[in-house]
Design a protein around this ligand. Structure first.
Ligand code: 6GU
Length: 227
């Protein structure tokens, strides 16, 4: 998978993809992430990419021209499955969307700043608008990092143990069960006996039971939600 990201603050995205699972994905050649500084397509030598909004009101809006030129250029290099705009008024990201996007070849992500981007770019280029939750960030970059992480780890071959994503929280609308490692007794805090009795079938049953209990008590909305 190849992901292009258009941003005015590339530095914010230089760290997140160089570690851990996403680093493994890029090292294995399963994922490439390319950052594109929108200033390269600024409308003048002052690096202008935003302007006041029509109709008045505080806050700048990212202009059509730099964004359209950036997207047009990138579209000569790749055919995108989705052009995603990260915005708090988008559809809230969930595991189903991450699964869906992890099967794509080429994604383009646009990070907004200030008051956001000119609506005409959303109307004419963007195919999907994604938010990462009901709160406001100062720009789309951290949201893009979250989105790339959630997608990248699902690309086939990225995780060591292919099955491990199957047991993630949310993968079947259930939260993950509790996990323990050595020692079995820490300060008198003991792990559940069932985990050391060696009956793998019983362990599986216990884990499912725990998942259901956790979901019922912490996120009952997931059990109703059939999407
Ligand atoms: Cl995608 N962008 C911004 N600026 N704020 C957010 C968000 C995105 N998702 C939640 N809050």
């Amino acid at each position: 998978m190849h992901i292009d990201i258009i941003t005015v603050v590339p530095a914010l995205l230089e760290g997140p993809f160089s570690h851990s699972i996403l680093k493994r994905a890029t090292d294995k050649g399963l994922l490439t992430v390319e950052l594109h500084d929108l200033r390269k397509w600024a409308i003048n030598k002052h690096g202008q990419i935003d302007d006041y909004q029509y109709g008045g009101g505080a806050g700048m809006v990212m202009m059509c021209e730099p964004l359209a030129n950036a997207i047009d250029h990138l579209q000569t290099l790749r055919k995108y499955d989705e052009i995603i705009y990260l915005t708090p008024d988008g559809t809230t990201l969930n595991q189903k969307t991450a699964n869906f996007l992890s099967m794509k070849e080429n994604l383009l992500m646009i990070c907004g700043h200030y008051k956001g981007i000119d609506q005409r770019i959303r109307d004419h280029y963007v195919t999907r608008e994604i938010s990462i939750g009901d709160y406001v960030l100062s720009g789309g970059e951290l949201a893009a990092a979250v989105l790339v992480d959630s997608i990248g780890r699902l690309i086939p071959g990225v995780l060591n143990d292919e099955t491990s994503a199957l047991f993630d929280s949310f993968q079947d609308n259930l939260l993950a069960p509790p996990v323990y490692t050595r020692p079995a007794d820490f300060r008198g805090w003991k792990i559940p006996d069932i985990l050391i009795q060696g009956d793998l079938k019983k362990v599986d049953e216990w884990r499912l039971e725990q998942s259901i209990e956790r979901t019922k008590s912490l996120r009952p909305d997931l059990l109703k939600d059939d999407e």
